[in-house]
Every structure is written in C-alpha cells, then in structure tokens.
Design a protein around this ligand. Structure first.
Ligand code: SF4
Ligand code: SF4
Length: 254
C-alpha cells in the first residue's frame, strides 16, 4: 500500500537532491545547459547562460532562445528600416485568423478610405497576449503569410490589462527581423511565396496566350466567313449580268 502523499515526498526529494548536488556537480544545473540539444545541430546555443543578464542577446530586440522558439504572433511587413511599415504590411484584414483563433484573442478592424472603400489593410489589429496560447493556428490559416510567431519573451509588465494588449504597431515587424530570429523558417517561407508567385504568373501568362490564340482564331473564322459572303455576292452579280436584256430567251423566240 502506498503512503498518502508519498509521490510528493519523492518529488521533493529529487528537487532537494538536485539543489544540493548542483553545488558540487555542474551537470545538475539543468537549466544552464541544453542537455537535450541534439549533437549534430550546431545552430542551437550550447548554453542558455544565466538568465537574464549573462547572454547579451537575451535582452536585445531580437531576443531569442533558439531558432525554433516561438512565443506570440507578429505582423510582417516588407519594408526596410526607416520605411513606414503600413506601406508594405502584408495583412489585408481578411479576418480569417480572427475567426479561427481558438481563445478569440485577436481583434481586427478593416481600413477604409475617405469614400468608404475598403483598402485591404488593418485599421486595428490587437492581440491580447494574456489570453493567447501560442498555438500558431493564426499563422497556419493566414493565406498571405502576414502573421508569424515572434520569439520575444521579455513581455512582463505590471499592467496586466493594457500592457498585455499588443496593438497593431507593436505587432509590426519587418521580414528582415523574421530572418534574424527564424532564418530557416523565413527562408523557406520566402521561397514558397516566390514559387507561388511564379506559378501564378505562369498561369496568368498561359491564360493570356490562350485568350490571344482564341481571339486570333475567331478573327480568322470571321474573315473567312466574310470572304465567302463576298465570293457568293460576286457570283450572284456575275449570273445576273450573263442574263440577256428584255426578259428570258423563250419569250424572245415567241
Ligand atoms: S497563437 Fe493561437 S491563440 Fe495566439 S493569436 Fe494565434 S491563434 Fe490565437
Ligand atoms: S493576418 Fe492573415 S489571416 Fe489575419 S487578417 Fe491579416 S491577412 Fe487575414
């Protein structure tokens, strides 16, 4: 018969053994080393360092743990530093991600011009990261590669409500930044987008050529029909001319 609470005591004993042991054996500082790191993956850091100060990168804007880490979503734009991000934002405010987000933590408002015409851009795009569960479904469903996961984790704030509501301008990040934090994923996404664009252009070109060919065939058929009509009219005119004047030959003999 197991002792009530025996599992807790056992767990605490492991913790205590590691705590005391870590003073004598560095291997027991599991949070200080990526013990799970596959040996062949040279891209992963050897050590996480002493959080948060030891590794300078952890406090930089491109804060990242590994190439594979993800935290909350961000919105991509294709501008360079100094450009206005909204000029090249990829999001068209289609609201698919808003509908698909399981905890419903995305809020989008479409942008309209002064004549009330929808201009395919988000006027508002908020994500409540106090609710977001980092599931990445918004990334999977976006047809425009406009939303991807950021790896920034320094988001703690004493303002539990306003401070954790990320607004559109907080979420906007350049594609260059995406390449910095997730180089492999960003390159693969760029390649896929380029392939899709090329396939779309090839399809458009083929459709234009087919339309051109069809129009040429139609014009040829029309020209042939017109030529036939002209030929028939000419033959009719020649027949009329060959008939003698003043009626037919039978009447003349009578
Ligand atoms: S990561 Fe998941 S929970 Fe967070 S905004 Fe995207 S869909 Fe919603
Ligand atoms: S992020 Fe993608 S899915 Fe969401 S509104 Fe923008 S374009 Fe649509």
């Amino acid at each position: 018969m197991s002792l009530l609470g025996g599992g807790i005591v056992k767990g605490m004993a492991v913790t205590l053994r590691n705590f005391v042991g870590s003073y004598f054996n560095k291997e027991r500082l599991v949070t200080n080393d990526y013990a799970w790191r596959p040996k062949e993956d040279a891209e992963l850091p050897q050590s996480a360092g002493q959080y948060p100060k030891e590794e300078g990168e952890q406090l930089s804007d491109t804060t990242t743990v590994t190439n594979y880490s993800r935290n909350f979503p961000m919105l991509l734009h294709d501008g360079k530093e100094g450009d206005t991000p909204m000029d090249t934002v990829r999001c068209v405010a289609c609201q698919i991600c808003e509908r698909e987000c399981p905890p419903q933590c995305i809020y989008i408002e479409k942008m309209y011009d002064e004549n009330g015409k929808y201009i395919k851009s988000p006027a508002k795009f908020d994500i409540d990261v106090s609710v977001c569960m980092s599931c990445q479904i918004c990334v999977e469903v976006c047809p425009f590669d406009a939303i991807v996961m950021n790896s920034q984790f320094e988001l703690s704030t004493p303002d539990r409500f306003g401070g954790l509501l990320l607004r559109r301008d907080d979420l906007l990040k350049s594609n260059d930044y995406y390449h910095q934090i997730h180089p492999g994923e960003a390159a693969a996404r760029d390649q896929r987008m380029a392939d899709e664009k090329a396939a779309k252009e090839a399809k458009k070109k083929a459709a234009a050529e087919a339309a051109k060919k069809k129009a040429a065939e139609k014009a040829k058929a029309e020209a042939e029909a017109k030529a036939k009509e002209a030929e028939a009219a000419q033959a009719e005119g020649a027949e009329e001319k060959s008939e003698p004047e003043g009626g037919d030959s039978k009447e003349a003999t009578e």
